[in-house]
Structures are given as structure tokens and as C-alpha cells.
Design a binder for this molecule. Structure first.
Ligand SMILES: Nc1ncnc2c1ncn2[C@@H]1O[C@H](COP(=O)(O)OP(=O)(O)OP(=O)(O)O)[C@@H](O)[C@H]1O
Ligand SMILES: [Mg+2]
Length: 725
């Protein structure tokens, strides 16, 4: 067979990786060097040239979207469908595996996935049932503890508190949480991996089957696998020497979630028979963008080290914009995007706004909305996470599995149907005592007439509502079932009457849910028997990625974490301020600071043609007002690659100090100045007094200058004068 067309559009090291003979292979290379491209071509090569059957290939991607694109790409290249391959995220693949082996894994056939929010609520319920005080046992902390144990492969029985009271309690909560979860027929995200791993360990026959089957295992973004994911890969590959991993240690950004860059080193040790290929040519970014990103990441002391070059031209300089405050920052960005789209022929989806925390998206959304520019947020307020969608999904989950306690709790009295807290407490009590689900407990209480007649009637009506839907489920298509269910629940009326003014939006979202279901049904593999179950899994697994309106050409908004692997012609990296990016939680800890820098590197290297970096001198976030210094990452960019830009026609007006510095405004600072007062310096320009210390000739004053950021000045020499307002 002629393999030239496949290999033609690759450089030499890429070609070697794609067409390598058997054995493990690690592609270790920087951003934009074609790692993902190599992975895709490798699969095409395996199918077409090495004649590997589709079902012999397993590929792990970072997002479900990436998996779909990968499949699409390969189908395009080969001109034939490749549905038999297993391509997906760790969660998606292990879910598929457990669905196929639910009996072996001792799971209910229609087990559902509980997301982070379900998990959080369930932990709160567990704490309450155990009469533990939330202030001493903060649910978030407990949740972190449980997930960490699972990510390390540890069930409660593996943990030995060794007389430590705190640990003893934590393990007890973990155990209780587990039994409630199992009783409800639910798996949390970490369970998907852990349960698959356990099943493979316990059942050599099943393990053997998959080891025989997956003759090739390929992994993208290998640097971000955690211990349990790596263990799963090792188990599946066995002694087959069939792992093909691509990654970049400089882009490891999930250390906080237990990902370990060391896996890259372990890989080479655990698999001595591994060939390492390095790619050094970057095909994505202009010379300036690449040089700036390289300079930034060079500040990290612990790197495996690599070179990256491009034969693209230098291109535009990196543009840096200093906004007066966060609102102005968002307006500047939106103005520029409008310019690119209207005057320079860019599509909207060629422009991306990347930020450190999800809370930053709101202002950009508002500015875009005002400007009438369509946009899409990834990882922000996600469609499947909106309250009304979660309510509707909870009903669906109960239809699929009445024992789903998380769903039961969520909607038993939403909309309000006269089931009071006292009744609910009785149901919970009954469920705890007889170790059955809330649903069964409710049935028991009705049967034994333990509830008063009114409460009993209300609970009965709720149970009947769900049972009724279970009956019609079989006869209609899923979209119609969902539509009927939504109407029957009374949710639309309930939202319309609620006073938060969002009723109409919520109803539109419910309508979108029905559309989403219809689309999902159309695209579904006809072999999939349990459509409802498949849809619910889709909603849980893709919650972070998809929005229902994902089809229009729109500006892309996302956190830096979700930008991994993607590329955009125009990138705005916003909020480059100390405390925000690097994040305040990370600035003190050298390891976490390195991770923040890698995150910045990831952000910069998403840009193909133009990169903007912006920061605000004054920011209100989480209800707090701050005067943050520009991020240290800005200083780490070589000055000759950076150009300062000014917004045309944006008035720089100063807010009244008293209003802006709530709490401390007007307090006396040294030298007769007041905190929050506007001052002018002959060299640094205008700024705002932040604080002062010392007195007399030692007095120092801290001023946040618009142009140069915060500085401490010795008052006696400072030549400050009051300014403006
Ligand atoms: N040999 C090549 N010829 C032309 N274009 C290439 C070549 N290799 C890669 N590219 C292009 O370069 C860009 C970056 O490639 P790719 O996304 O595969 O890089 P990556 O190493 O996976 O990046 P990241 O580390 O950000 O995930 C893509 O647009 C890709 O099509
Ligand atoms: Mg990639």
C-alpha cells in the first residue's frame, strides 16, 4: 500500500513516530509541535498501513470534544467510519467499560454518575446523619479528602487511622458516604476509574480479554495523567509494549488534582523498551509568540528541558494593555475583537478570551452581550449545570433509577408539593434504619401509614408522577418523554412564578434541553439499548464542555485549564495580576508557582497570530476591591517583544476614592495623605495611596501607580502631590 500521502505532511521526527514499529513510544515535545497531529496520524497509519482492526485501538484524549474531533479527522483521512475504536476521556472510557461489565462490577444495570455537586450534597447529608458539625468538618474538605483517597486507589478499608481522631472520623464519613452511594446505585467521577481498575485486578479473565483486544493504546496529554489513570493504562497494556504516549512536561497543569509529571519519567523506567521522540519545530505560533512563551517558561527551574523553534516570521509583537479596572479591561477586549471581525476578516470563533478563574467570565459576557457579539463559554456556567437543567435531569434520573437518592433529594419538593422538612426527615431516618434508598423508605412509610394523611398523599403523588413516566418511557422517543416529563413535573410553572426574574430564561433552557436530547438521539449509535441511561451519562460526563447552543460562530471564552490542546488565531490572556494569576493560593509555594507559570505558558502557546495580555489596576472580584500589582509573568516577557497599547476613546475616569475603598477609605496615611487618595509623581505618574508605614523621616508610603504598578516610596524624597478628584 502507498503510504506516502499519509506521511507527506509530516516532518522527519513526526514521521518516525507515526510509522514506528512495535514497542512503546513516548513523544516528548513542546506546545504546538504536532503531538496531537502525530497521534491522529498514528491511528490512521495503524488502521491503513499496519492493518490493525478498529476494535484493537484504544485512544485517550483530554476532552470528549477532542475525542470527537479525532474520530472525525481519521474518518476524513481514511474515508470510512471508525466507530469500532475506543476513543474518549479516561472517564468516558471507563464508563463505557463499566456499562459493559455492570454485572461483573456488581453495579446496578442503570447505575448513574453523580457529579461534583451531587457528591457535595451527599456529603452534607452524611455529615448531618452522623451529627457532625459542618464548621468542624467542612464538607468541601471532606469531599477533597474522599476524592484524594479514591484517586490514590484507596477505599475506606485500606485506610488505617492509627488512633488519630481526625483521621478516624474522616474514614468513618468516607465509609458512610460510600454505603449511601452504593445503595443509591451511583458512582462518583473517581469511582469510574477506581471501579474499573478494581475489576481488572480482580478478574484476570476480563483483563486478559482486553489486553488481547487493545493491541494499541494511545494517550494524548500524558503529562496530566494521575496515579490511578497511569495504573489503569499499565494494567491494560500489560507486557504488550504497545503504549504510545505524547506529552509535554511544561504543560502539566493538574498537579493540584493529583496529576504527576513524574509519570513521564516513570514511563521510561517502567517500560525500558521505550523509544523517545522529540519534536522541536513549532507549527502553531509566530516567532514572537514562541520566543515570549519560551522566555517565560525558562523561569521554571525544574524542567526536562527542550528546544522549540519556528520558521514562521516574527509576526506582530505581544500587545500588553493596562486597564484602569476590570470593566474597562473587558471593554477593551471586546472592542478589539469587534475590530478583528469587522475590519480584518476574522471569524468570531477565531478569537479566544482566556482567564484564570471562572468568575472572570461574567464581565466579558456582559460586554459581548452589549456589543451584540455571540459568544460561547466553556467551563463557565455550563448548560448541564444550570439549576433548572439539573432539576429536570434529576427527574429523569429517578425515572431511570428510583433508588438514586441524590436525585430524590433534589426534586422531592421541587416544585413545592407540600412535602415538608419533617416528613423528609422521617424518610431519611427510615432509609438509614432499614438501609434502603429514600424511595423505598418513602414507600415503606406510606404502606405502614407512618405518615400523616396529608404528608402521605403528597409523597404518594410524587412517587406516582415518576412511576407514570416509567411506564410511558418505553413507548415514546426520548425527546418526547423528556418533554412530557417536564410538563408533568410542573417545573415550568414553578419557575415562572419564582421571583428571581429568570423564569423565562429557565423555560427556554428546558426547551433547549429537549432539543439537545433530540440531537443526541439522532447521533446515537443504534446499538445503544438504554437511550435514557446513555443520555444521562452524556449529561454527567460532558457537563463541563458542552453548551446547548454550541453551533453558532461565536467568540470562545474559557479558563486556561480548559484551553489545553486548542489553538486560536487571536488570543486575549486577561487578568494578569498578582493574586489572580499567579493565584494568591500559589504565589508562596514554589511548586505551585511553577504550575501557575506552566498554565501561563499553556495560555500563551494557544495563540497562532496575535497575543494580547491584559491586566487591571483596580479589580473588584468576589465582592472585594483590590489594587493588584501587574503579574510577575508580565515582567518575565522580554520587553523587546512586547508593545504597550492604549485604548482609543476610552475615557480613564477615576472613581471617587471613598466609594472605591470601602472600609478603609479616608483613613490617614503618613505625610497627611489619606488611603485611597489620588496622587501624582513626576516620574511614575498618577496613582492611588494604598498604605503607609513608619513616621517622620522614615515614613514610607505605598502607591499603586497606573503605569508601573504598586511601589513603596520614602515619603521625604517622594515628590508626591495630590492629584485630581
Ligand atoms: N508537519 C506539520 N506540517 C504542518 N502543520 C503541522 C505539522 N505538524 C503540526 N502542524 C500543525 O501545527 C498545529 C499544532 O499541532 P498540534 O495541535 O498537534 O500540536 P501539539 O503538540 O499537540 O500542541 P499542544 O501541546 O498545544 O497540545 C496544528 O495546527 C497542526 O495542524
Ligand atoms: Mg496537543
Amino acid at each position: 500500500m502507498d503510504v506516502t500521502p499519509l506521511l507527506d505532511s509530516l516532518n522527519e521526527p513526526q514521521r518516525q513516530a507515526v510509522s514506528a514499529d512495535s514497542g512503546n513510544l513516548l513523544v516528548l515535545a513542546g506546545a504546538g509541535s504536532g503531538k496531537t497531529r502525530v497521534l491522529v496520524y498514528r491511528i490512521a497509519w495503524l488502521l491503513q498501513v499496519a492493518q490493525v482492526p478498529q476494535w484493537g485501538i484504544l485512544a485517550v484524549t483530554f476532552t470528549n470534544k477532542a475525542a470527537r474531533e479525532m474520530r472525525g479527522r481519521i474518518e476524513e483521512m481514511l474515508g470510512t467510519p471508525v466507530g469500532g475504536m475506543w476513543v474518549g476521556t479516561f472517564h468516558g472510557l471507563t464508563h463505557r467499560f463499566l456499562r459493559a461489565h455492570w454485572q461483573d462490577a456488581k453495579l446496578p444495570q442503570h447505575f448513574q454518575i453523580m457529579d461534583a455537586d451531587d457528591q457535595f450534597r451527599s456529603i452534607k447529608r452524611t455529615l448531618k446523619a452522623m451529627q457532625l458539625d459542618e464548621s468542624r468538618w467542612p464538607p468541601r474538605q471532606v469531599q477533597g479528602f474522599i476524592n484524594k483517597q479514591k484517586d490514590e486507589g484507596l477505599r475506606p478499608s485500606h485506610l488505617d487511622p492509627a488512633g488519630d481522631f481526625y483521621m478516624e472520623k474522616m474514614v468513618e464519613v468516607y465509609r458512610e458516604y460510600e454505603s449511601a452511594r452504593i445503595q443509591a446505585g451511583l458512582l462518583d467521577f473517581a469511582d469510574l476509574l477506581l471501579s474499573s481498575l478494581e475489576l481488572l485486578r480482580e478478574r484476570p479473565d476480563i483483563l486478559h480479554h482486553y489486553q488481547q483486544r487493545f493491541r494499541h493504546i494511545l494517550v494524548d496529554e500524558f503529562q496530566d495523567t494521575n496515579a490511578i489513570q497511569y495504573a489503569w493504562l499499565r494494567l491494560l497494556s500489560g507486557n504488550n509494549d504497545n503504549l504510545f504516549a505524547v506529552g509535554d512536561d511544561d504543560q502539566s497543569i493538574y498537579g493540584w488534582r493529583g496529576a504527576r509529571v513524574e509519570n513521564i519519567q516513570s514511563f521510561q523506567q517502567d517500560y525500558p523498551n521505550t523509544r523517545t521522540v522529540r519534536l522541536e519545530q513549532n507549527y502553531r505560533s509566530t516567532g514572537n509568540i514562541l520566543a515570549a512563551a519560551n522566555a517565560l517558561i525558562a523561569n521554571n527551574p525544574t524542567r526536562l528541558g527542550k528546544n522549540l523553534w519556528t520558521d514562521d516570521s516574527d509576526g506582530e509583537p505581544i500587545r500588553r494593555y493596562t486597564a484602569f479596572n476590570e470593566v474597562e479591561e473587558s471593554r477593551f477586549v471586546v472592542e478589539r475583537i469587534r475590530g478583528f471581525v469587522q475590519n480584518e476578516g476574522y471569524r468570531r470563533d477565531e478569537c479566544a478570551i482566556l482567564y484564570r478563574t471562572t468568575a472572570q467570565s461574567r464581565l466579558f459576557e456582559e460586554s459581548l452581550m452589549q456589543a451584540g457579539i455571540p459568544y460561547r463559554v466553556y467551563g463557565g456556567l455550563r448548560f448541564f449545570e444550570r439549576a433548572e437543567i439539573r432539576d429536570a435531569l434529576a427527574y429523569l434520573r429517578l425515572v431511570s433509577n428510583p433508588d438514586d437518592d441524590a436525585a430524590f433529594e433534589r426534586v422531592v419538593n421541587t416544585p413545592t408539593r407540600g412535602i415538608g422538612e419533617r416528613t423528609l426527615e422521617m424518610v431519611r431516618q427510615q432509609s438509614r434504619e432499614s438501609r434502603v434508598s429514600l424511595w423505598r423508605a418513602a414507600e415503606d412509610l406510606i404502606r405502614t401509614s407512618a405518615l400523616g394523611p396529608r404528608a402521605s398523599g403528597a409523597v404518594r403523588r410524587f412517587l406516582d408522577l415518576i412511576l407514570e413516566q416509567r411506564r410511558i418511557d418505553a413507548e415514546l422517543d426520548l425527546a418526547e418523554t423528556v418533554n412530557r416529563l417536564i410538563q408533568a413535573t410542573g417545573l415550568p410553572d414553578f419557575y415562572l412564578k419564582s421571583k428571581d426574574g429568570k423564569g423565562q430564561d429557565r423555560i427556554e433552557n428546558l426547551e433547549q434541553l429537549v432539543d439537545t436530547v433530540a440531537r443526541f438521539e439522532q447521533d446515537l449509535d443504534p446499538e445503544e439499548g438504554d437511550i435514557l441511561g446513555a443520555f444521562l451519562a452524556h449529561a454527567a460526563l460532558e457537563a463541563g464542555e458542552t453548551q446547548a447552543d454550541a453551533y453558532e460562530d461565536s467568540v470562545q471564552l474559557m479558563t486556561l485549564h480548559s484551553a489545553k490542546g486548542l489553538e486560536f488565531p487571536i488570543v486575549f490572556l486577561v487578568g494578569l495580576e498578582e493574586g489572580l494569576f499567579p493565584h494568591s493560593l500559589s504565589a508562596e509555594d514554589p511548586e505551585r508557582l511553577e504550575e501557575e507559570r506552566r498554565l501561563c505558558y499553556v495560555g500563551m502557546t494557544r495563540a497562532m497570530q496575535q497575543l494580547f495580555v491584559t491586566h487591571a489596576e483596580n479589580r473588584r472580584l468576589y465582592g472585594r476591591e483590590d489594587y493588584p500589582a501587574p503579574s510577575r509573568f508580565l515582567r518575565e516577557l522580554p520587553p523587546d517583544l512586547v508593545e504597550e497599547v492604549r485604548a482609543a476613546g476610552v475615557a480613564r475616569r477615576h472613581p471617587a476614592p471613598a466609594a472605591k475603598m470601602a472600609g478603609k477609605a479616608g483613613a490617614a496615611a503618613a505625610g497627611g495623605y489619606q488611603l485611597g487618595q489620588h496622587v501624582r509623581h513626576p516620574k511614575f505618574g498618577e496613582g492611588v495611596v494604598l498604605s503607609s508605614e513608619g513616621s517622620g523621616t522614615n515614613a514610607r508610603i505605598q502607591v499603586n501607580f497606573r503605569e508601573v504598578g504598586a511601589k513603596w516610596l520614602v515619603l521625604a524624597y517622594a515628590r508626591l502631590e495630590p492629584a485630581g478628584s
